[in-house]
Design a binder for this molecule. Structure first.
Ligand code: SF4
Length: 431
């Protein structure tokens, strides 16, 4: 949307207060995300009432899913754009400026099925040395608890060529990590009938010139094949890191979640991945409190997580969503039991993380510098291949050369840890 606005001659304001038009891009995946979106729309409308803005445009998943409700709730909003209309934001803004005609303008195609391509890397909102490369949108899977396929529509992949040209430009602009994302990266290309398209994309990205990392996030366990793991292992730019949300490890709960066919893939994942890449870093997320998760099922998950020793693990408490199969299922654990289970899993993971941090001490690694710390001269925050941006903690590096820049790769020796972060000393190249 930022690219479209720029191309149409608009400028992006550095602060909300300096803007004429405010675009509120929303999420409506779960209740807490909707709450945040609602708060942002309320704030925008209140500021418009005070005369700060000419117009407020609300875009994305909330109007896509709940247009009737939010139209009634926010009569001050000037335009609503659905998922497939995001690249019409500039023409919408233009119409708002040039006409006093009846508001709101509404452009919400009911069933999203477009893929909005991006052949040049435009505005990048991430800070640091990484940029997200969104390779597809929507989802072909039907997990019983999830609203994403209903909101964002069927899975559709971007073209190989647009991804490559965007990646090349990002690298030329100095980004040192391309983080591949979509609702399920392992489905890439399947909508076009292509097989092994993700492997092909990784090989193409790997062949680009430059010093950079490629990181793969959101891999569905059913799509993590030995072939994919072997491809990753063979490529020099693709880091040995994989994010695979397993959700659960009990066969019956996985079946209730609509992910029953992934049971074998889930329980075999850590061994399969480490056999191909012994140094692979595995991240996962689990969902506790889903209908059908009794004490025995939860213990199965707890034992699995204890034995699997994931490097990073996030835990969500199930939230029933209107229009999903899970919401109508019986035997849902009480909220306090679900919260307690989340705490139990996190306690186990904290112990595993400490042991892993301890084991790293005195070993060497490579860190991508991302932010110079102001309070302590020559101290930098960075990430090694072990940490994905925004979710996994960081590496605090001391003793960095005075002339270092964001995006430099430095060799380090690990000297300590603090919370989720590692502490390290930069060392000479020859060390
Ligand atoms: S794979 Fe992910 S996005 Fe797709 S339906 Fe399942 S949970 Fe939702």
């Amino acid at each position: 949307m930022a690219d479209c606005l720029l191309a149409a001659g608009f400028e992006l304001a550095q602060h909300n207060e300096k803007a004429d038009i405010l675009v509120v891009n929303t999420c409506s995946f779960i209740a807490s995300a909707r709450k945040e979106s609602d708060a942002a729309i309320r704030e925008a409308c209140a500021m418009k009432k005070k005369g700060l803005y000419l117009a407020v445009i609300v875009t994305g998943c909330l109007p896509q899913r709940y247009f009737d409700r939010i139209q009634r709730q926010y009569p001050n909003v000037d335009a609503f754009l659905g998922i497939d209309a995001l690249d019409r934001v500039a023409s919408t803004a233009r119409r708002l400026i040039s006409t006093e005609k009846a508001r709101p303008l509404v452009d919400i195609p009911p069933k999203p099925d477009r893929i909005i391509e991006r052949h040049v890397a435009g505005v990048v909102f991430s800070t640091g040395a990484y940029a997200y490369l969104k390779i597809a949108d929507g989802c072909k899977r039907r997990c019983a608890f999830c609203t994403i396929p209903q909101i964002r529509g069927p899975h559709r992949s971007r073209s190989h060529s647009s991804l490559l040209s965007e990646a090349e430009e990002l690298i030329n602009r100095g980004f040192r990590e391309l983080t591949l994302v979509s609702q399920d990266v392992t489905s890439f290309g399947h909508d076009r009938g292509e097989v092994h398209a993700l492997e092909k994309l990784l090989r193409s990205l790997d062949s680009l010139d430059g010093d950079f990392w490629v990181r793969v996030m959101y891999a569905h366990p059913g799509g993590v094949t030995t072939r994919l793991l072997e491809t990753m292992a063979s490529l020099k730019h693709v880091v040995r890191y994989l994010d695979v949300p397993i959700q659960h490890a009990d066969a019956k709960v996985l079946a209730r979640m609509g992910r029953g066919n992934t049971f074998k893939d889930v329980v075999s994942l850590p061994d399969r991945a480490r056999q191909v890449m012994p140094d692979i870093v595995l991240r996962t997320t689990c969902l506790v409190g889903h209908p059908g998760e009794d004490k025995r099922a939860f213990n199965t998950l707890l034992e699995f997580v204890t034995a699997a020793r994931f490097d990073h693990l996030g835990v969500f408490v199930y939230s029933p969503e209107e229009g999903t199969l899970s919401a109508s299922q019986p035997d849902r654990p009480r909220a306090e039991i679900a919260a307690e289970r989340r705490n139990q899993l996190l306690a186990v993971q904290t112990r595993i993380m400490r042991e892993k941090q301890q084991a790293l001490l005195n070993s060497k690694g490579v860190v991508l510098l991302e932010r110079q710390e102001k309070r302590r001269r020559w101290t930098w925050m960075g990430r090694s291949y072990r940490e994905a941006p925004e979710v996994d903690g960081a590496v605090l590096v001391n003793n960095v050369d005075k002339v270092a820049h964001i995006g430099d790769f430095v060799k380090v020796r690990y000297t300590g840890f603090k919370g989720c972060d590692m502490i390290a000393q930069a060392i000479d190249k020859g060390d």
